[in-house]
Design a protein around this ligand. Structure first.
Ligand code: URA
Length: 222
């Protein structure tokens, strides 16, 4: 990947035509991703669930992969984890429609078991294969900050495996003035059983989102 992105380095989309308009580039990228066969995950999924949000967003949120509901709906974070995310964004007073929301892996990795589809964690090869799309989303949207939610997102964004608890909350230089912030995945909050811990972790998640928004805003004003 280039160390710096400029308009001229935006990837080639739309056949031979180079598209320097971020909205159009994103639309063309989404269209290309619909036919993605870069790894085998498309075989067991309903559709590619591509990122959504304005091409000029200053904050990009990255999750792991679409879940069962996202796979059926074709939109990221619309299921139970999405509800937690929406509640946290609302508490942090961040309008979701101002964010670009995507996933490290764009197909639902699952194992059919009877009528159910069991979520399976994407492996490094699948994350690497899907980074082809993520790198291009990042180059086009060029946010101020990328919030990586959970280990899979952190792996895709930072290109290495990190421990969430050690990396959480720290502003990391990514490329070309873009910062990254690692936090927990909303599904982690859903899995917590102890009510007090759940509340505490949720508050911390909201604080991370607020910090990301402040960092993006502060940089914009500078
Ligand atoms: N979990 C994710 O990581 N992404 C989604 O879109 C939904 C659930």
């Amino acid at each position: 990947m280039a160390e710096r992105w400029s308009e001229a380095e935006l990837p080639l989309f739309g056949g031979e035509e180079r598209i320097n308009d971020p909205d159009r580039a994103l639309k063309a990228l989404r269209k290309d991703a619909a036919d993605c066969t870069r790894c085998d995950l498309y075989k067991n999924a309903t559709q590619t669930v591509f990122g959504e949000g304005p091409a000029e967003a200053s904050i990009m949120l990255v999750g792991e992969q679409p879940g069962d509901q996202e796979d059926l709906a074709g939109h990221p974070f619309v299921g139970p984890a999405g509800k937690v995310l929406d509640r946290a964004l609302s508490e942090a007073e961040i309008p979701r429609d101002e964010l670009y929301v995507t996933n490290a892996v764009k197909h639902f990795k699952n194992e059919p078991r009877g009528k159910r589809r069991i979520h399976k964690k994407p492996d490094t090869g699948e994350i690497e294969a899907c980074r082809w799309w993520f790198d291009r989303e990042l180059a086009i949207v060029h946010p101020r900050i990328v919030v990586a939610m959970g280990a899979t997102a952190a792996r895709a964004v930072l290109r290495k495996t990190v421990t969430i608890s050690k990396t959480r909350g720290e502003l990391i230089d990514l490329v070309d003035g873009i910062n990254a912030l690692v936090t927990v995945h909303p599904s982690y909050l859903l899995r917590l059983r102890d009510e007090a811990d759940k509340k505490k972790q949720f508050r911390q998640f909201v604080a991370d989102l607020r910090f990301a928004a402040e960092s993006a805003g502060a940089k914009k004003a500078a």
